[in-house]
Design a protein around this ligand. Structure first.
Ligand code: FMN
Length: 189
């Protein structure tokens, strides 16, 4: 498949089996992830591979973030919300938390480190199908809380850019119709 076809064929397939993903496959994806353009050779990509029982830690972080924001955890709506949220980390056997490191030196801007880490996320999404895997990108307000960044063991000042859920698809997805770029493009010539 051509790269353009692979890009067009990519889509988020959220229904995955709980079959563990091999270490070799995870490493292949991570090695592909770091093949991004990067300014000042900043090497800003940071990854935490969360799998198996480690998913409970992520689930707890999500629920604790919610708990700080709800006034009555016993309200039925909040009980349901908590329950739903507590299951999210278990949607796939592996979750790769991707962060951008804080710039080291004045020449490097955080936005550029974030840009490179975001490209790393897309590399994973595009590479996964070649290994028979599906992957999808999630965030959530909890991800942007400094508490979450440190609870997941990232260095100070790092910013999470994505949780990439990874696993074997239960079923194939039909290709999504993709739009053209026309409405989003202006030309200066
Ligand atoms: C930075 C970022 C964060 C996202 N976070 C979420 C999310 O938290 N929940 C969600 O339903 N979709 C989220 N999405 C969108 C999905 O990952 C997905 O790309 C979108 O639904 C379009 O579907 P497709 O990937 O099949 O084209 C996010 C996308 C990006 C780029």
């Amino acid at each position: 498949m051509s790269i353009i076809d692979a890009i067009k064929a990519r889509s988020s397939n959220g229904i995955m089996t709980d079959t563990a993903v091999s270490l070799a496959h995870i490493k292949q994806l991570l090695d592909a992830a770091v093949c991004t353009p990067v300014h000042h050779n900043a090497k800003p990509w940071r990854f935490l591979v969360i799998q198996g029982a480690g998913r409970q830690t992520l689930s707890d972080i999500m629920v604790q973030h919610l708990d700080k924001r709800i006034s009555d955890p016993k309200e039925p709506r909040n009980i349901a919300l908590r329950q739903k949220l507590s299951q999210k980390a278990f949607r796939s056997p592996v979750i790769i938390a991707v962060a951008a490191a804080k710039p080291d030196g004045e020449k490097i801007l955080m936005i550029e480190n974030v840009a490179s880490a975001v490209a790393a996320c897309q590399n994973i999404l595009l590479a996964a199908p070649e290994l028979g895997l599906s992957a999808f990108w999630r965030t959530g307000s909890f991800m942007y809380a400094p508490d979450t960044v440190s609870a997941l063991g990232f260095e100070g000042g790092a910013e999470l850019v994505g949780l990439i859920y990874l696993g074997y698809p239960k079923r194939e997805m039909r290709p999504k119709p993709r739009e053209t770029s026309d409405p989003y493009v202006r030309w200066l010539e």
